[in-house]
Design a protein around this ligand. Structure first.
Ligand code: C2E
Ligand code: CA
Ligand code: CA
Ligand code: CA
Length: 279
C-alpha cells in the first residue's frame, strides 16, 4: 500500500509538473501569438425575438496556433488573467470589436451593436472606463453601440466596486449585461442596484429546459425576475427550433445560439446582416 501511495504521489507530481510546464509553454506562446496576429475575433449574431432580426453580435476570441490548432478561450483566458496579458489582449479585443462595429455602421447597417466580454482583471482595472472612453472616441462610435458582458460571478467579487464601475460605464451610455446568469450567487438585493440592461440566461438551463422541468422553471423565473426589474433577457445556447419556439412563448427578448449561427468571421457576419435586413 505504501508503495502504491508513493507511486501515486510521484504520478501526481509528474502530472503537476507537466501541467505547469504546459502552462508556461502556453504563456510564452500567447505572448508570441499577440505579436504574430494569431488571435482573431469571431462574431455570433444576437436575434431580437419580436422581429427575428439581428440586433447585434457577441465578439468571441479565437487563437489559431500554428502547431496546436485552435486553442479555446476557456484555456487561454485564465492564463492571460494570471499573467496580466489579459490587459493587452482585452484592449486589442475592444479595438477590433469597436472598429468592426464602426465599419458595419458605415456600410449602412444602422442597428447592429457589438458585445464584448470582460474578464475579472479587466473589469476591476481602475483605468477600464477611461480606456473604453478613449477607444470609442478614436473610432467615433456612439457608446450605445457597445455592450459589455461581465459574468454574474465577476460582478459578485467586490459589490461596491462593481456598482461603481457599472455606474461609470452606464453614464457613458454603454449597455451592460450579466453573463451566465443563474450559475453564480447573485443576491437579488444587489441585482437591483446594478445599472444593467440585460440578463443573459446561461446556456446550461436553455439546453435542458425542454426535458428538465427544473431548468424550465429557472428559465421562467429569470424571465419573470428580469421583467419585474425592467431588464431584458437574452437566452444563450439556442440550438434548435424547439428551443427558439419555447423561448418565444416564455417571453424572452433576445436569443443567441447555433440554431441561428455559430460564431463566424466578420465578413460572413456582414453577409448575414445583409440577409437579415432584406427579410
Ligand atoms: P461566453 O461568454 O458564455 O460565450 C458563449 C460561448 O458559448 C461561446 O464559446 C460560444 O461559441 C458558445 N456558444 C454559442 N452558442 C452556442 C450553442 O448554441 N451551443 C453551444 N454548445 N455553445 C454555444 P467560446 O467562444 O468557446 O467562448 C467560451 C468562453 O470564453 C466565453 O463564454 C467567455 O467566457 C470566454 N471568452 C471568449 N471570448 C472572450 C473575450 O474576448 N474576452 C474574455 N474575457 N472572455 C472571452
Ligand atoms: Ca459572453
Ligand atoms: Ca454565457
Ligand atoms: Ca439539468
Amino acid at each position: 500500500a505504501k508503495q502504491a501511495g508513493r507511486n501515486q504521489y510521484q504520478f501526481f507530481t509528474q502530472e503537476m509538473h507537466a501541467q505547469i510546464a504546459h502552462k508556461m509553454e502556453l504563456e510564452h506562446a500567447l505572448r508570441f501569438a499577440l505579436s504574430q496576429n494569431q488571435l482573431n475575433l469571431v462574431f455570433q449574431p444576437q436575434i431580437e425575438v419580436k422581429t427575428g432580426r439581428i440586433m447585434g453580435a457577441e465578439a468571441l476570441l479565437r487563437w489559431q496556433h500554428p502547431q496546436l490548432g485552435q486553442i479555446s478561450p476557456q484555456t487561454f483566458i485564465p492564463i492571460a488573467e494570471e499573467t496580466g496579458l489579459i490587459n493587452t489582449i482585452g484592449n486589442w479585443t475592444l479595438h477590433q470589436a469597436i472598429s468592426q462595429c464602426r465599419q458595419w455602421l458605415d456600410s449602412g447597417h444602422q442597428e447592429v451593436q457589438v458585445a464584448v466580454n470582460l474578464s475579472a482583471v479587466q473589469f476591476n482595472n481602475p483605468t477600464l472606463v477611461s480606456t473604453i472612453e478613449t477607444i470609442l472616441a478614436e473610432y467615433h462610435l456612439p457608446a450605445q453601440y457597445l455592450e459589455l458582458e461581465i459574468t454574474e460571478s465577476v460582478a459578485m467579487i467586490n459589490i461596491e466596486l462593481t456598482i461603481k464601475q457599472l455606474e461609470s460605464l452606464a453614464a457613458l451610455g454603454i449597455r451592460l449585461s450579466l453573463d451566465d446568469f443563474g450559475t453564480g450567487y447573485s443576491s437579488l438585493n444587489y441585482l437591483k442596484k446594478f445599472p444593467i440592461d440585460t440578463l443573459k440566461i446561461d446556456q446550461g438551463f436553455v439546453f435542458d429546459m425542454l426535458e428538465d422541468e427544473d431548468d424550465a422553471a429557472i428559465v421562467d423565473a429569470v424571465i419573470t425576475l428580469a421583467r419585474s426589474l425592467g431588464l431584458n433577457t437574452l437566452a444563450e445556447g439556442v440550438e434548435t427550433q424547439a428551443h427558439a419556439d419555447a423561448l418565444q412563448i416564455k417571453g424572452c427578448d433576445f436569443m443567441q445560439g447555433y440554431y441561428f449561427s455559430k460564431p463566424i468571421e466578420a465578413a460572413a457576419f456582414t453577409v448575414l446582416l445583409d440577409q437579415s435586413e432584406i427579410n
